[in-house]
Design a protein around this ligand. Structure first.
Ligand code: DSN
Length: 417
């Protein structure tokens, strides 16, 4: 990025930006929730919309000077619907939430009374903080009942149904941070309907895969769909709420004025540019390549005797139980980072829930995702090489300096956008 002006007025900050850019260029980002937005998206992020307050919904604002903001935000809403094939008579869209957690919180507070019951996946099994962790406000405002993955790390829809019938939650959430398999949204929709609960799909991790048609869509079955915009969707940081028209009046006033003030219109503009890119054939090829890359990475890691939760992957991530490698998540993450492989340590779901809790600071597994490297243009061949390096670093720490050099060389061939 050209930092000519910042360099003049704030060399210290320019230096930090340059260092971070170099770090990202010389290392392999395998954090499943990260990605590289295009130059066009970054250009939109620094557009003049950054200077504008626009509290309220399009064409119903509290500030003057909204002629182009209204057109821009409406265009982004239309594109969001187009990307997922939605009818504007049925689906309302709000592109203002600042990120995924506030988007989700607005939905729960809009649809439920304090103390109502939410049913979601247990956090250490791959759920999300905003789905009702006791550490989050959601866990304090609502009663939370959790479902669990089975002993091999798969969703068990019959168990979800039994629990839903017993607990009668007001709202059921499907959507995960560390689940490597296709989600049967149809089944979730049927379960929710049977007990009269709202069904919310949080597709933050897989929105780009759904838009690219490599994962089934939740829209035919859900009352509400939330997503962040910066993961597989490859936009700037932000979030979108889609809800059935009849729920719009309940949810959108929680976004504003409930929990937010002025929306970040420069981010919304950049979301619009990202959505335009998502509509292209090129993006569909990108989504297909993410899945191919993850499958190649998974297959090769298995050859090195890594124990993959659920035995493999259908999407953009793999989750690994490290116990047979005699290392836990934190030292594995640190060792890999020294070599230039940036991953998440992660809890794994195959530990019975009644044994002492895995510490989130040093859990028993790690999570790897391919969206960012796929954006850099890497394919199956590079994934196999990366699996080799991961094995080298985990099994032979002495290899770290050599692997680091090899990774740097590979990274030169695949510039970050
Ligand atoms: N914390 C994000 C992730 O890494 O999956 C989700 O919000």
């Amino acid at each position: 990025m050209d930092l000519k002006i910042i360099k003049k007025i704030d060399p210290k900050m320019a230096g930090l930006i340059e260092k971070e850019e170099k770090r990202q260029q010389e290392t392999l980002t395998l954090i499943a929730s990260e990605n590289y937005p295009s130059k066009a998206v970054r250009e939109a992020l620094s557009s003049i919309f950054v200077a504008k307050y626009a509290e309220g919904r399009p064409y119903k604002r509290y500030y003057a000077g909204q002629e182009f903001i209204d057109k821009m935000e409406t265009l982004v809403e239309e594109r969001a619907r187009e990307v997922f094939g939605l009818d504007s008579k049925v689906w309302a869209v709000n592109v203002q939430p600042l990120s995924g957690t506030p988007a989700n919180y607005a939905v729960w507070r809009g649809l439920l009374k304090l103390g109502d019951k939410i049913m979601s996946l247990h956090l250490p099994h791959g759920g999300h903080l905003s789905h009702g962790s006791p550490a989050s406000l959601v866990g304090k405002d609502f009663k939370i009942v959790n479902y669990f993955l089975d002993k091999n790390g798969w969703l068990n829809y019959d168990e979800v149904e039994k629990l839903a019938e017993k607990e009668k939650p007001n709202l059921i959430i499907a959507g995960y941070s560390a689940y490597p398999r296709i989600v049967d949204f149809k089944r979730f929709g049927e379960i929710a309907k049977k007990i009269g609960a709202y069904f919310v799909a949080d597709i933050a991790h897989i929105a780009g895969l759904i838009a690219g048609k490599v994962h089934p869509s939740p829209f035919p079955y859900a009352d509400v769909v939330t997503t962040t915009t910066h993961k597989t969707l490859r936009g700037p940081r932000g979030a979108i709420i889609f809800c059935k028209r009849e729920l719009e009046k309940k949810i959108f006033p929680i976004v504003f004025p409930g929990i937010q003030g002025g929306p970040h219109e420069h981010s919304i503009c950049a979301i619009g540019v990202a959505l335009k890119e998502v509509m292209s054939q090129k993006f569909k090829r990108y989504a297909r390549q993410i899945v191919k890359n993850t499958k190649a990475l998974a297959a090769e890691l298995k050859r090195y005797d890594f124990n993959l939760i659920s035995g493999g992957s259908d999407n953009h991530l793999v989750l690994i139980d490290l116990r047979n490698k005699n290392i836990s998540g934190k030292p594995a993450q640190e060792r890999l980072e020294q070599a230039g492989i940036v991953i998440n340590r992660n809890t794994i779901p195959t530990i019975p829930v009644d044994v002492p809790r895995q510490s989130p600071f040093d859990p028993l597994g790690m999570r790897l995702g391919t969206p960012a490297l796929t954006t850099r243009g890497m394919k199956e061949k590079e994934m196999r090489k990366i699996a080799f390096w991961i094995n080298e670093v985990i099994s032979k720490p002495k290899s770290i300096p050599r692997v680091k050099q090899e990774i740097r060389k590979l990274c030169q061939k695949y510039p970050i956008p």
